[in-house]
Design a binder for this molecule. Structure first.
Ligand code: PMP
Length: 362
């Protein structure tokens, strides 16, 4: 089966084999990766090495901390304001979809927040943009941070640029597109990404945080909810999700072997192939507007919007070895994730199957 699911998502065979080996016996330890003590040298080295690889692949300087945290994306939505939304300040949110909105709602729980832009009125089919010059002054005064979600998995939209205010930290949820494309990552003060999309197994979230931003985090809070505690303890505040961190390390090593440059080039070719087909299809239409479209998640639906026929397409695809294309339950239609483990051949196979369905229908 080719898995186009948006997370948990496809993992390259070589990575799965490497993980399989270590589940039996990890290197020369005589123990499974699942049995090794988390404060022992082997696991501590895995955590450190994974962090070094993250910095290397994203070309980040040494003043970025790499943390591995439990609790998924949703915990980050809450930890961010908990740690950084100072009572005398406010936080700015750009609402480009469901996940950005969930992050905002957790901000609202913790303090004063401002919506800097939203495209909710058009059901997030295009990205919301804003500029410092045209935004109400009181909305952008005294901000603790600005939060973006770079790739909106549900609708297939993706930011290429992020509006910045000098001196205001920029925080980005890159759960679905970190390690899929090139950006200047030093523009961000904090990046977070759940692992189950491009980075291995669910259960861990990668958090990258710049030293001077981390300095501003609240110090008096439970250790398990404190970025500072995670930075101080090499992500070992409690027993870390060792297996998921190891799976992330295997993915990172695979990404380095492939080279980010080659992967990113392939990713844009994969997206172009699929968009070209969908733009000319007679029965499918794209959900995201041109100019906002993502190279990482492609969302589309039947022109007829028939739910029955949508299920028929999903069953037809499954009968031809393709799974994971069902759209998110809030949006319907179809959603195809083109993460790193998906090859150009996989995309060509998908296009062939969708075309075959289309021909049989007409
Ligand atoms: N952010 C984005 C961009 C997502 O696509 C998702 C969904 N996996 C989340 C956050 C939420 O992640 P989790 O289910 O780990 O809380």
């Amino acid at each position: 089966m080719i898995n186009f699911g948006s997370g948990p998502a496809a993992i390259p065979l070589a990575v799965k084999q490497k993980i399989q080996e270590s589940i039996l016996v990890h290197q020369d330890t005589g123990l499974s990766i699942l049995e090794l003590p988390h404060r022992g040298e082997v696991i501590q080295n895995i955590i450190t090495k994974a962090g070094q690889l993250v910095r290397e692949l994203l070309e980040l300087p040494d003043d970025y901390h790499v943390l591995w945290m439990p609790g998924g994306g949703r915990l980050q939505f809450h930890m961010l304001p908990l740690n950084f939304l100072n009572p005398t300040q406010q936080a700015g949110y750009v609402i480009s979809g469901h996940w950005a909105q969930q992050a905002y709602l957790e901000g609202v729980r913790e303090g004063k927040t401002q919506i800097l832009a939203t495209s909710e009125a058009i059901n997030f089919a295009a990205l919301p943009y804003w500029s410092v010059q045209t935004t109400d002054k009181n909305k952008i005064e005294n901000l603790s941070y600005i939060h973006y979600c770079s790739n909106n998995t549900l609708y297939g939209t993706q930011f290429q640029q992020f509006t910045k205010i000098p001196g205001v930290p920029l925080v980005v949820d890159m759960s679905s597109d970190l390690f899929t494309r090139d950006l200047d990552f030093t523009q961000f003060d904090m990046i977070y990404a759940v692992a189950q999309k491009n980075l291995g197994a669910a259960g861990v979230t990668l958090v990258i945080i710049k030293d001077d931003f981390l300095e501003r985090a609240q110090s008096h809070m439970p250790d398990i909810l404190s970025y500072k505690s995670f930075a101080r303890s090499n992500s070992t505040v409690n027993t870390p999700p060792v297996f998921s961190i190891f799976a992330s390390l295997c993915m990172l090593e695979w990404i380095r072997e492939q080279s980010t440059k080659a992967l990113y080039q392939k990713n844009s070719e994969k997206a172009q192939l699929l968009y070209s087909y969908l733009e000319t299809s007679q029965i499918f239409e794209l959900i995201a507007s041109k100019g906002s479209r993502s190279d990482t998640n492609v969302c589309f639906r039947l022109v007829s919007r028939s739910l029955h026929e949508t299920d028929e397409v999903i069953a037809f695809a499954a009968a031809h070895g393709i799974t994971g294309i069902k759209g998110h339950r809030f949006i319907g239609g179809f959603r195809v994730a083109l993460y790193n483990a998906i090859t150009k051949d996989d995309v060509e196979k998908l296009i062939a199957v969708l075309s075959l369905y289309e021909t049989e229908k007409s």
